[in-house]
Design a binder for this molecule. Sequence first.
Ligand code: PEP
Ligand code: MN
Length: 270
Amino acid sequence: MSDSKNQAKYPKLPDLGTRTDEIEIFAGPCSVESEEQFFEVAETLAGLGLRWVRGGAFKPRTNPHSFQGLGEEALQIMQAGGEKYGLKTLTEVMDSEHISLVQRYCDGIQVGARNFQNFSLLKNIGIATAKTNTMVLFKRGFAGTIAEWLAATEYITQHGNDNVVLCERGIRTYETATRFTLDISAVPVIHKQSLFPICIDVSHPAGQRDLVPSLAKAAVAAGADSLMIEVHPDPQTALSDGPQQLTPAQFADLVGELRELAAVLGKKIV
Ligand code: PEP
Ligand code: MN
């Protein structure tokens, strides 16, 4: 698709649907577990001058016996934390029936990898956000091609909300040393084939916290528009994704390094 044709189809909008030289970080716990837990992370992010906090309320767990999230209670905690620390909040919607509930409490909607081709969910999110222009962070499925991803994105945008951030979070390959294989080439390919900003979720492909800094630096170097990084006050006790979550101190160190790297590229971590 030519740039001019694409431009007409996806007009640039204020807020996150626009690519800028500012790199946003969506950090926060995998799951919201308590007010204390969430507020501690939110305080760290606000102290670093970041603008968003993420957290899971409805968790797409592989095993139904695993922690499923606190649901509406988590949304209430997120709203209170967002207000207290001046942060926008981002959470995943797994079911169409939760879209309006999440819209009541949070600023951004995440579509997870497992719902990448849940076309009725994507369509319903597109309809529900058409007037509000709510940011939708749309993750790539771990067995989805970029062409399928961009096609699926249109289920959201066709109703008028172009404020979509595409999020690469690792794909399945034969490699087992990492949880998923981070497809860093998704950054230039998405930049070439669309006008959407691209986020790199560095936590889910890593699966282990010591790999997170390298992937985050690679994402910034590759030109990612935003990053997603999971942070937990005490990862050892996390109810989901403990091994890949950074402590607030580790996260603060990483943000410092990323800010130096971004400056070299003429960009700014916000
Ligand atoms: C998450 O962000 O916590 C999550 C479940 O991500 P994904 O859909 O990429 O697995
Ligand atoms: Mn997670």
